[in-house]
Structures are given as structure tokens and as C-alpha cells.
Design a protein around this ligand. Structure first.
Ligand SMILES: [Zn+2]
Length: 240
């Protein structure tokens, strides 16, 4: 034979349900935060990667530039060598001194190029250091973030198991609550978020802090029927 719960018993069960719902709400917030944390970590890693790729590019650019200068210098050195051979073949003094002048001018170019190439060596050495550091930072970070993501995922899995457990517990609990009382609770909790129940506290609603009429306070204390806050509509209860 089914025995009907008293209002007091119904409320005691609803308090339990609300406790589970509140726990579930917290767990779900934690679960929702997981992909956001993972995304933040991915973005952080992407930044390190961009820095690494940029430093690689910078190094490559310097190496290409140095190669070009070396080619240029070699071409000029060849020209000098050729002109020096040509000097032997020249008959007129005027032509001879003109060619000597030309050689001097090319030699000045070569000397400038040499300076530029030496400068490149320093810059390349510096860029190489920056690139090596950026690569090491990226690799360390990549490893660390991989671990962190794994632990976030594991934590999320555990939280989801806990949510399932709470849901099973809740199912068992609500099967013993009067369906019409439960329906009111569900409607309210959907609207109010975490709390559909509010404790009476010194004549005030514990949900919205409004002062209640003496008659309402009295009705809550009698526990003959469900009583709702006239302001926020939460189900009011007294703690024994
Ligand atoms: Zn209220």
C-alpha cells in the first residue's frame, strides 16, 4: 500500500534533491571550463610556435643575404683577376692607368662587401641563438601543455562519471517525491537556477531576502501545505 508523504517529508526529500542538483551544477560548470582551458593552452602553444617559426625565417633570410653578398664578392674578385691579366696586354699608359683605377674601385667594393659579410656572421650567430632558444622553449612548452591537456581530459572524464552517479542518485530520490510537488520544484529550479527552495530565516525568505507576511511565516511553520515566497516564488521551508 502506497503511503502519502507529509509535506515535511516531501520538503526533506526536495532538500536532498536540491543538494544533488547544486553539486551537479558545480560539476557541470567545471566540465564546461575544461575545453576553454584546453583552448587557452593551445593558443599559448601557438604563440610559442609562431615565435619559433619567425626566428627560423629570420635566420634563413640572413643566410640567403650572406650568400648573395658572397656571390657578389666572388664575381668582383674574378673581375679583378681578369683586369690584372689584362694589364699585361695594355700598350698605352692612359689605358693602363684607367684600368688600374678601375681595379682600385672594384677592390673598394670588395672591401665593403667583406665588411657586410663579416657583419652577417655576427647577425647569423645572434639569430641562431634566438632560434635555438625559441625552439627549446617551444619543445618544453609543447611537452608541458600535452601533459596539462591530458590531465584536464582525465579530470573531465572523472567529473562526468560523478555527474552520472549524481543523476542515478537523483532518479532514485525523485521517485519517492510526489509528482506534482516535484513538477513545481523542477519548474522553479529551471527558472531560479540552483535554488528552488528557500529557507525561512527570521521572517525573511532565504532566497530573495524579502520580509514575509506573518501569515506566510506561520503557514511555513505549520507545514500543512507547500508555501511559496510571494516575491520570488521559491518553496519555503523551516529547518528543525
Ligand atoms: Zn523569496
Amino acid at each position: 500500500m502506497e503511503q502519502k508523504n507529509t509535506i515535511k517529508e516531501e520538503i526533506a526529500k526536495l532538500i536532498e534533491v536540491q543538494k544533488l542538483d547544486s553539486e551537479k551544477f558545480d560539476l557541470e560548470s567545471q566540465i564546461e571550463a575544461c575545453p576553454i582551458k584546453i583552448e587557452e593552452l593551445d593558443q599559448l602553444l601557438e604563440l610559442k610556435k609562431t615565435h619559433m617559426l619567425k626566428s627560423e625565417e629570420e635566420l634563413k633570410k640572413l643566410q640567403v643575404f650572406k650568400g648573395e653578398k658572397e656571390t657578389e664578392m666572388m664575381a668582383r674578385e674574378e673581375k679583378i683577376a681578369k683586369h690584372k691579366t689584362d694589364l699585361y696586354l695594355i700598350k698605352s699608359n692612359k689605358e693602363y692607368s684607367a684600368l688600374q683605377q678601375e681595379i682600385k674601385s672594384i677592390e673598394a667594393d670588395v672591401s665593403l662587401l667583406e665588411e657586410e659579410i663579416i657583419d652577417c656572421f655576427d647577425k647569423i650567430e645572434e639569430a641562431q641563438k634566438i632560434k635555438d632558444t625559441a625552439k627549446a622553449v617551444f619543445e618544453t612548452e609543447e611537452k608541458k601543455i600535452k601533459e596539462e591537456k591530458k590531465s584536464i581530459q582525465e579530470n573531465k572524464d572523472q567529473l562526468m562519471v560523478k555527474v552520472d552517479e549524481l543523476e542515478a542518485k537523483r532518479k532514485g530520490l525523485i521517485s519517492k517525491v510526489d509528482p506534482s510537488v516535484l513538477a513545481r520544484y523542477e519548474r522553479l529550479s529551471k527558472k531560479k537556477g540552483k535554488s528552488a527552495l528557500a529557507k525561512l530565516s527570521g521572517g525573511f525568505c532565504g532566497g530573495c531576502n524579502m520580509q514575509l507576511r506573518p501569515q506566510v511565516v506561520n503557514d511555513v511553520q505549520i507545514q500543512k501545505d507547500l508555501v511559496f515566497c510571494e516575491n520570488c516564488a521559491r518553496i519555503l521551508y523551516v529547518e528543525e
